[in-house]
Every structure is written in C-alpha cells, then in structure tokens.
Design a protein around this ligand. Structure first.
Ligand SMILES: *[C@@H]1O[C@H](CO)[C@@H](O)[C@H](O)[C@H]1NC(C)=O
Ligand SMILES: *[C@@H]1O[C@H](CO)[C@@H](O)[C@H](O)[C@H]1NC(C)=O
Ligand SMILES: *[C@@H]1O[C@H](CO)[C@@H](O)[C@H](O)[C@H]1NC(C)=O
Length: 576
C-alpha cells in the first residue's frame, strides 16, 4: 500500500466543495428556489454516481484507506477458491414437493406464501409480432393456494394447485451462433469484476466473443487476490476472458489540471486507454471486427440481436456507434456522445486510427469521463461521427424502472441496474435462451373488470380497471419521469402518470428464473386414480426439462412486524 497514491482528505474536501458549487450552478433549480439539503444530497448522488459507479473514482476512499498509517497485516494467501457454478443448487432437503426452488434464502419469502402456478406452452406463429400486446382469452392464473414452505415436508400432504396450461405465441429462440468478431473491454476494480461474473456469464458464456478486463486497482490488492484466478473463474464459465494489468502506470497530466504525479491512474484514463489494450490483445489474424467499450454494469440481454444490429455496418470502415443518455438533462450536461454505460462500439479501423493519439487525447481532454475523452478524441483526430444505435440504453433512471420494463421495449443493452435502480437483469433476461425476442414481450389476460399484463421476464401486473392504463404509453414510474422538462420524453415519448401500487395496480416482479428438471414430486392420490395413459403423460411432463420464472409480490407489512404477512408467488413453468 502506498499512501501517496490515494487522494488526501483535503483534496477530497476541496473536490466536494467544487462539486457542490458546480451542482448549484448547473442542475435544475426549480423556480429559482434554493435547493433543500435533501435535494442537494440527491443531486450530489446523481453527480457522483454518473462517474463513481461507472468509472469508480471520485468517491471517498473506503475507511481503511483513509487511515493508511494503520498496519495492514496481510494474511497468508490461501489458494484461490474453486470457481462456483452459475446454476446454484436448490436442493434444500424438501425437494419432494418441487418447491425447494422457492426456499432459497436469496428469495427471502415468508414461511407461508400464497401460491399459484401456470404452465406455459410456447407456440411459434409463422409471423410473430412481439411488439404488440397479445390478447389471451384465458386468465393467467385462476386459483391461489396457501403453502407453508417451512413445514416438515416428509409428513406434508399440501397438494400443489394443478398447473393449467396456457399457450403463448412467442418468437423462436435465437440461432446458436458464435461471435468471435466481437471484443468487449472493461476497466474496473477486482471486486466489482469478481462480483459481475454471473451477469457477464449470462450474455458471454460460450459465445466465442472476447472479454478484455483491465483491473484498475491491481497495485493495491491484498496478495490473496490473483488475476490469473479471476481469469480462470471467468474461463470456467465459458467466457473467453483476458484479465490484465493497466498499461498506464502513471496518470497522464490533463489540461488545466494540477500535476497528478502522486495520484493513482484514474479509472477514466484506463477506461479510455482500453482502446490500446484491446488493439494490442488482437492477434494479427484476428477475426475481431468490433471493439466495444463497456462499463462494468453494462448488460446485454443477448448478443444475438446486438450482432444483428451491427451487421448493417461495414466493419472495414471507421464507425463510432452508441447511444445518448436517455435523459436530455444529462445530454445537456455531458454533451453529444456515446454514453459508456449503454455500450460503445468502435470498428477496428477507427480504433487503429485513434491509437497514435491516445496519450495526446488524455492530455488535451477537458472532460473527466472516459466516454467524453473518447468523443473528443474522435472528433479532433478523425472525421468519423457518432452513429446512434436504437436499443442501447444508458438508463439514467433512478428509482422504479417498471415503466420502462413494462412498456414492451426490447433493449439491446441496459445499465445502472444495480445502482440507480435494482432489477435482477440476468434472471429477467434468462428467458431469451428459450424464445429470444420474447423478453419483455407483453400479454394481456382477462381479470374481472380489469386485466392482467405479463411483461415477460419482468412482471405480472393486475389492474382492477383498464381506464387510465394506456399500454401504448410508458408509465412514468421513476424519479422525475413525468416532471415537466424532466428530459426523458425525447427518448420515451409522452408518458402516462405513475399508478398507485396499493390501489391502482398490483405487481408480482420476477425475482428468479432458471432451467431445471426438478425430481418429479410423488403423484398425488387423485392422480393415482387416473388412467394409466394419463399418468404416463403426467410423468413425462414432470420429467421434461422446464424453465421456471418466479414472480413475487412481497407483503410489505412484514417490514413493520406483521407476523401473519404472506408473500404472493406466481410461478410460470415453461415447457422447453
Ligand atoms: C507497524 O508495524 C511496524 C513493524 O511491525 C511497527 O514498528 C509500527 O509501530 C507499526 N505501526 C503501527 C501504526 O501500528
Ligand atoms: C386486445 O384487447 C383490447 C381490449 O379489448 C383491444 O383494445 C385491443 O385492440 C386488442 N388487441 C389486439 C391485438 O387484438
Ligand atoms: C469472488 O467472488 C466469489 C463469489 O462471489 C467469492 O466467493 C470470492 O471470495 C471472491 N473473491 C475475492 C478474492 O474476493
């Protein structure tokens, strides 16, 4: 540990003061009123997040780094842990009833749940249209059963409700393809890369696409952190990952900035220099055509549509492809550029033409962010212009993103899903393995005077009435979404107001999804009486591989101590 490599406390205070001044002058100050402390805090969060979460700097160093004088005793390094399989086991001792999937601690369900399930038979129409809301005449679920997950299963007899089968018209699965022409590059800390493995595995495993990872904090890692171990963990998941040290060992001085000689290399510079890292990782005969610079929380539901979208560009020409922020306020703040979180795609010829200028570009840059440096570098040293690719999302949205995910949009990329908002995107997008573009496809079911909407992979929502629910419009659920001049309309169009979750809609959100072939539960006496053929068919159905989606409506009253609280679970069991 080299104490001098960290920002000193004083430098941070100074930085904070400058930031607050900046915020005061640049962020929306409604009606000229002085901002409240809460608002300032929110804005500060916004500002810090734009950078800290993407590029990992500007946030106060963790406590132990604040006190570099304390001796840090390094433990003797144990061998690196064996890589964990992505599909974790869920045999918790009660597998007979087929519900162990729901007993997994990460779901934190109440012991007693209100449960219903529906079997889904995917059908593939000749001309699938995933962009319309498909009307289904059957209700999505009819009966609900109370189940005690904590019961002693060996003596239990609580029968599961029958699984009514509903056919849903969905597009076919994506073709099985390899993507050796794609190289993704990311710079981040060891811990963030380590914890991002399941998300990367979702879209990169066994795809033949390359992933180049530059570990930004390699000089300050405890010895038990090993780059080769991290690389092996990624490779064990079928990801063609290369994990490396940064090429820059010292920060480059930036225009009008104090001499950085004593500070660590900012992650932004590493992020920008990924272009060089990527190029130098390419063998001369490489099939890589596109270099994609990512944030560590950029997520692609699937590579297939990304590759399809890129195929309309000639990769032997220079191309700079990406998305603006979805919030016009951010665009006004940061400018017209490909925002890093949405994913930036450079053709190899463009990357090569930038390579000789990279150091110069950092030194000339007046913007702190890596994506901003890239933009300035491209504009000042090439004639290439930004091409916007619809479907890439920077997702500068905070709070409840359900309006987006229930709108029928099929995103190529999403971002900020574990910081500005929280959505289990790898689980949500798991259904792409089954029916491709059916992710977030919408189906409408009858429900009394109202309706039930399934946004596949995200939620099931029950509306007591259909008035005020214009499914053509996105519901403005997140912070500032429908405020006047909030800046989101240029991306999402006019939105409808957010509905009240207690009175105007009820949602079950997806929390878990996985392929499974659960050991068949014992046939119940009812079934025993059925004809031999029926029983055979039932047995076959149970033995078949299934894909399960668990949607949960959490009973919030348990948070205020209601011991009788019961979470509600809807399971959709897809035939594979
Ligand atoms: C750190 O360890 C050294 C050598 O063991 C010792 O001399 C020094 O007093 C320790 N410093 C602190 C702050 O504990
Ligand atoms: C589905 O039903 C709704 C309500 O009855 C109707 O407005 C809509 O046009 C129908 N959609 C299709 C694609 O038929
Ligand atoms: C990396 O992540 C795995 C799984 O979450 C964890 O068990 C392991 O301790 C982490 N490794 C390090 C060095 O933090």
């Amino acid at each position: 540990m080299v104490p001098g490599r960290y920002f000193s406390k004083a430098a941070f205070l100074l930085l904070a003061v400058i930031l607050i001044l900046l915020l005061l002058t640049t962020f929306r100050l409604q009606d000229g009123a002085p901002p409240s402390p809460a608002m300032l805090q929110a804005l500060a969060g916004e500002w810090f997040s734009h950078h800290s979460e993407e590029y990992g700097h500007l946030q106060p160093p963790p406590a132990e780094e604040d006190a570099p004088d304390v001796n840090i005793t390094e433990e003797p390094s144990p061998p690196p842990p064996p890589p964990k399989p992505v599909e974790d086991e869920y045999k918790l001792g009660c597998e007979k009833d087929g519900l162990d999937f729901l007993r997994r601690p990460q779901l934190s369900l109440t012991d007693k749940i209100i449960y219903s399930r529906t079997c889904i038979k995917p059908v593939h129409p000749k001309e699938p249209n995933r962009d319309i809301v498909t009307n289904i005449s059957q209700p999505l679920f009819t009966s609900q059963t109370t189940i005690d997950l904590a019961h002693d299963c060996s003596s239990s007899s609580s029968p599961l409700p029958s699984c009514e089968t509903i056919s849903l018209p969905v597009p076919p699965a994506y073709p099985q393809q390899q993507y050796p022409h794609l190289l993704f590059a990311v710079a981040s800390t060891y811990d963030r890369i380590n914890s991002s493995l399941p998300a990367f595995a979702h879209w990169l495993s066994h795809t033949g696409a390359h992933l180049l990872i530059v570990i930004s904090d390699v000089d300050s890692l405890p010895t038990r952190y090993s780059l080769p171990a991290l690389e092996s963990a990624y490779r064990a998941h079928g990801i063609l990952a290369t994990v490396t040290h940064p090429k820059l060992s010292e920060p480059l001085p930036r225009k009008n900035q104090p001499d950085p000689s004593s500070a660590a290399v900012p992650v932004e510079q590493l992020h920008f220099m990924l272009i060089r890292d990527s190029l130098s990782s390419l063998p001369s005969s490489s099939s890589v055509k596109w270099i994609s610079i990512l944030d560590d929380d950029t997520f692609f539901p699937s590579l297939s549509p990304v590759s399809t979208a890129l195929s309309s560009f000639n990769p032997s020409l220079p191309h700079y492809i990406g998305a603006l922020s979805d919030n016009w306020e951010s665009v006004k703040q940061w400018g017209y550029m490909a925002y890093g979180g949405a994913g930036i795609f450079l053709s190899v010829p463009l990357a090569r033409s930038l390579d000789p200028f990279l150091e110069q570009c950092v030194k000339e840059s007046t913007i702190v962010s890596g994506d901003g440096m890239l933009r300035d570098c491209i504009y000042s040293h090439t004639t290439t212009k930004l091409t916007l690719l619809p479907g890439l999302y920077q997702h500068d949205i905070r709070g409840d993103p359900s309006g987006f995910y229930e709108s029928g949009v099929l995103p190529l990329s999403v971002h900020h899903w574990k910081s500005w908002y929280h959505s289990p995107v790898p689980q949500m997008a798991a259904v792409t393995k089954l029916c491709g573009d059916c992710f977030l496809q919408r189906f409408r079911f009858p429900s009394g005077k109202g309706m039930v909407l399934l946004a596949n992979g995200y939620s099931i929502t029950q509306y007591p009435t259909t008035t005020n629910v214009d499914l053509e419009r996105m519901e403005g659920t997140w912070q500032y979404a429908t405020d006047q001049n909030s800046g989101y309309e240029f991306t999402y169009g006019p939105m409808r107001p957010k509905l009240d979750e207690n009175t105007q809609k009820k949602s079950w959100r997806l929390v878990e999804a996985a392929f499974s072939s659960p050991s068949p539960p014992p046939l119940d006496p009812e079934e025993e009486r059925e004809s031999q053929r029926e029983r055979e068919r039932e047995k076959k159905r149970r033995e078949k591989q299934t894909f399960r989606q668990v949607y949960v409506h959490y009973d919030r009253s348990k948070e205020v101590g209601n011991k009788d609280a019961m979470d509600e679970v809807v399971e959709l069991i897809w035939e594979v």
